[in-house]
Design a protein around this ligand. Structure first.
Ligand code: ZN
Length: 483
């Protein structure tokens, strides 16, 4: 039986989970989105990574319980709702809906629970009370409550902060949700109401205020999954201070290990650089759909193209300088389209297989060997790029055969279906309609044919084909299909 191995950030070692039969329920917590805008493509890399982990666990036979929070109250959501003059719940619900739609477009399975932070304020308040009772949290003059990092000796163990850095920062405190490593310091668990919060506050035993962002994940993870979870995943940018603070809050309160394994995905670079609005390489998923005509399937494939622990560069070609600089080609997405096109062609040929020779035992043995290699690549710290490499080797080897019968084609299709449980890229897009440009090209092609302008019809057909659309005219009826 195959077990899953993951590189644990906490121990810096690759560790094996117990076998599925012995593991009991595997409890997975992943940090969810802050629902204040459209999620950018760098964060989608994290959500696709969580999905691969989720799918791989279930595929290997683990009994999984996966919880992911929705941050619907923090500095950013409050600022956004006030700027628009919309109640916080209405504002965050809008972005939650967008997030869920995009989740589906990217073929990401929903976690078992997606609790909202604002639905668990009571649990957060009682966690803060426990921390105050234990002497690791204190109230400041303005009524906010801070975590005292000097009261938790394990502080820094995840991100590898040393005592020197801790000493330099100790003594101060920070109210903001986000801060960097230069400011290792006491952080806010509970924020007393201030004017900038508008009408966002809860009247609680801690006073009038709202929970800090870090507190939310500790409270929700423990409420839904218990004091100790098996795997906690997140983007590398969350390792400090967010995850460090989660460990401190949870372990100081319970005296138990918060998460046995921590896994972090690396950054997504776009056009070779870190994403930033000024470099014009900052994109949401929806912008890629709009600008590159990309599908969720293509974006997912592109995001699977590097191991989660390595930086991934989404290649983009730019033209112009300064203010004029703009993207003209999304190379990685085009490469994804081409790769998927090849896989679609391969699948279609297998599905069409009829009478043909039995390719024999050697071909079958090779098929089993490649299948096993794909399974072990995924079980080995989710090495999806290696599995994709083997998948294309499989395509090459089967295409080399003199031919095959329906039975063999069925065996190959079963292998594809099995690995696609984790990859989720092989199933073609459900027949999406044509977008406005495509519709115009298609109508132009129909009109050119009616006018018997064959040169123009051919040119338009080629343009449609480049976009993955095939056209046919039969018995006076013109139709299109996604290739
Ligand atoms: Zn979190």
């Amino acid at each position: 039986m195959t077990v899953l191995q993951l590189r644990n950030t906490l121990t810096r070692e690759k560790e094996s989970l117990p076998a599925p039969a012995e593991a009991g329920q595997v409890k997975l917590y992943t940090c969810g989105p802050t629902v204040y805008n459209h999620v950018h493509i760098g964060n989608w890399r994290a959500f696709v990574f969580y999905d691969v982990l989720h799918r791989a666990l279930r595929w290997l036979g683990y009994d999984l319980r996966h919880v992911m929070n929705l941050t619907d109250v923090d500095d950013k959501t409050i600022r956004g709702s006030i700027a628009e003059g919309v109640p916080l719940r209405e504002f965050t619900q809008r972005y939650t809906d967008f997030f869920l739609e995009d989740l589906d477009a990217l073929r990401i399975r929903h976690p078992h629970d997606m609790p909202r932070a604002t639905d668990a304020v009571d649990a957060m308040v009682s966690l803060v009370e426990t921390l105050i009772d234990k002497g690791v949290a204190y109230k400041s003059d303005d009524g906010s409550v801070y975590f005292k990092i000097s009261g938790f000796p394990g502080y820094g163990k995840l991100s590898g902060l040393d005592a020197r850095e801790l000493k330099a920062g100790a003594g101060g405190r920070v109210a903001a949700d986000e801060y960097d490593k230069e400011n290792v310091t006491d952080f806010a668990l509970w924020k007393a109401w201030s004017e900038e919060d508008g009408d966002v506050f809860w009247e609680t035993s801690l006073g009038k205020g709202r929970p800090g962002w870090h507190l939310e994940c500790s409270a929700l993870a423990m409420e839904h999954l218990g004091n100790t979870i098996d795997i906690h995943a997140g983007g590398i940018d969350l390792m400090f201070p967010h995850h460090e603070n989660e460990i401190a809050q949870s372990e100081a309160a319970t005296g138990e290990t918060f998460s046995r394994i921590w896994v972090h995905n690396e950054h997504l670079m776009v056009g070779g650089k870190k994403m930033s609005k000024s470099l014009k390489n900052f994109f949401t998923f929806r912008q890629l759909v709009e600008l590159a005509g990309a599908t969720g399937r293509e974006v997912r494939y592109a995001l699977l193209n590097a191991h989660y622990s390595k930086k991934l560069n989404l290649q983009v070609t730019y033209e112009g300088e300064g203010e004029e600089r703009h993207p003209v080609r999304f190379d990685s997405l085009l490469a994804a389209r081409e790769a998927l096109h090849r896989l679609d062609g391969f699948r279609a040929a297998l599905e069409r297989a009829g009478e043909g020779p039995d390719p024999g035992d050697a071909a079958r043995a090779q098929l089993q060997e490649l299948h096993a290699a794909m399974r072990s690549a995924i079980a080995d710290d989710l090495n999806v790029p290696a599995a994709l490499g083997k998948l294309f080797e499989l395509v090459k080897e089967v295409n080399k055969l003199e031919g095959y019968d329906q039975a063999f084609a069925g065996e190959v299709l079963a292998v594809l279906q099995d690995v696609d449980e984790v990859l989720a890229v092989l199933e073609p897009e459900a027949d999406a309609g044509l977008d406005a440009d495509e519709q115009q090209l298609f109508e132009g092609w129909v009109a050119a044919r009616e006018a018997k302008d064959w040169a123009r019809a051919d040119a338009l057909r080629d343009q449609l084909q480049e976009r993955g659309i095939g056209v046919q005219a039969r018995k006076g009826e013109s139709t299109w299909t996604r290739l």
